[in-house]
Design a binder for this molecule. Structure first.
Ligand SMILES: Cc1ncc(C[n+]2csc(CCOP(=O)(O)OP(=O)(O)O)c2C)c(N)n1
Length: 430
């Protein structure tokens, strides 16, 4: 079954018409819109917040086949909730989600601006897709292990990681908890169950599934949650991970964050034009869910289902979070070169912060005044934290980094060639 929410391009149907020529032709997918085009997503049918039925979390994986091609939604655009995926969470938790999305966004904004001012070398925002990490994190236990990509800073915010330490790493200064061993944004927070982010895409997939297998071997009830962008599903690592997760019923959740773009390559380049990314899981016999990633309550509900399944011995679930990357890929990217500038504004699933705010106001648990105060307090917190982080140095000024840490902490025992390099380095410094 082909999803009604997939994005089929003009080129694809033209190619299909030409197939009568009996000659093979190389097909290179093209995104539906390029700079200068007026993006029009009216062909994507956005379902009212109806949801496919919520099966028992221990159902046969086969019962989730249709979930791989439909879309779990809880919140309608007018803020009403409906369907059997509505999570039973308190207004307090919903307000926590609102705050964490707003805080993540405020931090991203500030750090992007500071990179532009030369205070740090690099930064990556998660604007538009914050509900995926925040909603997901809220539905897990703190002891569950996260194997993230570089766009799940919302999980660190939700788990209460030190924003100052995150900022110090980005500033490459003396407060960097990793002593300069990882670049900005590629965080590692052992105490928050947040595995070291790798610059090499996809490595975390097999590591996360392996961790989950070990957890099951030890009869622990801790599960792993593994993330990838849709672009990196084109890598072998993704398929190895699915194969192992299915074979050994590893207690994990494999999250594909489909934000439509992998730098300048649209999702069709990772074979997103045909079947959904969720349907990759079906092929491996995994339970699969596809969720509106801009609907934080739907993300929460899907995660809660998959976590229960994993914890109770039902094995792994693949969740596709259908969302949109509003900002550039990173500070090194210029999205106006490959997509219309208005595309983020016309994306038909709205903005996650606005959608949750509308819902909370509708149920009488929020108002415009409190919302303005929230945004202001997030900005203030970020501003003040940044100030104290920058007091420990930045890239354009005195960083006060202890450069000798580059020789430490990687190997358990000293190595002669590193000792020699350290000695030469010290001589040059004198
Ligand atoms: C093995 C590997 N190949 C290529 C790259 C370069 N690269 C870094 S991010 C990226 C795009 C990834 O897109 P996606 O997986 O969709 O995640 P997103 O950035 O959209 O969150 C690419 C190609 C890399 N870092 N590692």
């Amino acid at each position: 079954m082909v999803s009604e929410f997939r994005i089929r391009t003009e080129t694809e149907s033209n190619m299909a018409k030409q197939s009568g020529s009996n000659k093979s032709r190389l097909y290179v997918p093209e995104p539906p819109f390029r700079p200068g085009d007026t993006p029009d997503y009216s062909h994507i049918s956005v379902p009212a917040a109806h949801s496919p039925v919520r099966p028992d979390p221990l159902c046969d994986a086969d019962e989730t086949r249709d979930h791989a091609t439909s879309l779990i939604r809880v919140m309608r655009f007018n803020g009403e909730t409906q369907g059997d995926w509505v999570p039973g969470i308190s207004p307090e938790i919903k307000r926590t989600a609102l705050r964490d999305i707003a805080l993540t966004r405020a931090m991203d904004e500030r750090m992007f601006t500071m990179q532009r001012q030369g205070k740090m070398s690099f930064y990556m925002k998660s604007t538009g897709e914050e509900a995926v990490s925040v909603g997901h994190s809220l539905a897990l236990q703190d002891t569950d292990m996260i194997f993230p990509t570089y766009r799940q800073q919302g999980i660190l915010i939700n788990r209460g990681a030190s924003m100052k330490e995150m900022m110090c790493q980005c500033l490459s200064n003396s407060g960097d908890p990793l002593d300069g061993k990882s670049i900005p944004v590629l965080y590692s927070f052992k105490k928050h169950g947040f595995f070291s982010i790798s610059g090499n895409l996809g490595t975390q997939l097999i590591q996360g599934v392996g961790w989950a297998m070990a957890s099951a071997y030890k009869n622990s009830d801790e599960i792993a949650s593994v993330f990838t962008g849709e672009g990196a599903t084109a890598e072998g690592d993704f398929h190895y991970a699915l194969n192992f997760a299915s074979t050994y019923r590893a207690p994990c959740i494999i999250n594909v964050v489909n934000n439509q773009w992998a730098i300048s390559s649209f999702q069709g380049i990772a074979a997103g034009e045909g079947e959904t990314f969720a349907a990759r899981g079906t092929g491996y016999g995994l339970a699969t869910l596809r969720v509106d990633g801009n609907d934080v309550l739907a993300v929460y509900a899907a995660t809660e289902w998959a976590a229960e399944r994993a914890r109770r011995g039902g094995g792994a679930t693949l969740i596709e979070h259908f969302t949109y990357r509003k900002s550039g890929h990173s500070t090194s990217d210029d999205p106006s070169k490959y997509r219309p500038e208005s595309e983020p504004d016309v994306w038909p699933f709205g903005d996650p912060l606005e959608r949750l705010k509308t819902h909370l106001i509708l149920i009488g648990e929020w108002d415009e005044e409190r919302h303005v105060e929230l945004l202001e307090s997030c900005k203030k917190q970020v501003r003040e934290t940044y100030k104290s982080a920058e007091a420990m140095g930045n890239l354009s000024g005195e960083t006060r980094v202890n450069d000798f840490t580059m020789f430490e902490q990687v190997y358990e025992h000293a190595l002669p060639h590193l000792d020699e390099q350290k000695r030469m380095f010290a001589q040059e410094r004198d």
